[in-house]
Design a protein around this ligand. Structure first.
Ligand code: CA
Length: 146
């Protein structure tokens, strides 16, 4: 089954690029423009993963992630921060509220794909697993251990 990713991003251009990138990788997408809308969509659509901008109008991405993680219905959904904010304290804050990873804009399609695959295993990846190199496997393991 095709995995669905919720994109929470207030900038229309960024959202469009992200959605096109994710669809090309092979995911279905759902979109939200604000943190509040993101929390609502997470609850009603139950996506497999969420990519969350941090700087959002009204409710911030951090607060939205906290709300999603605080709700038992949506707490299991992995959330990846996707932001231009590169300061360490934002990364700490994002991880503290339960986000699983942190991507700094602009992010390449390859990094986006690899990061998502750490948290959702697609059928495509299952069949392609054998082709992965040993160094890639080690990298993934290192990330999981951290
Ligand atoms: Ca933003």
């Amino acid at each position: 089954m095709t995995k669905r990713i919720l994109v929470v991003e207030d900038n229309e251009d960024s959202r469009f690029i992200l959605v096109v990138t994710l669809r090309r990788i092979g995911y279905e997408t759902i979109e939200a423009e604000t943190g509040t809308e993101g929390v609502e969509q997470a609850l009603s659509e139950k996506p497999d993963l969420i990519i969350m901008d941090l700087g959002l109008p009204g409710m911030s991405g951090i607060d939205a992630a906290r709300a999603i993680k605080d709700n038992p219905t949506t707490a299991h959904i992995p959330i990846i921060a996707h932001t231009a904010w590169s300061e360490d304290h934002w990364k700490e804050e994002a991880l503290k509220v339960g986000m699983v990873d942190y991507l700094e804009k602009p992010v390449s399609r390859e990094l986006m794909k690899a990061t998502i695959e750490k948290f959702i295993v697609s059928q495509e990846k299952e069949s392609g697993r054998k082709a992965r190199t040993i160094s890639e496997q080690n990298k993934t393991q290192a990330v999981r251990i951290c």
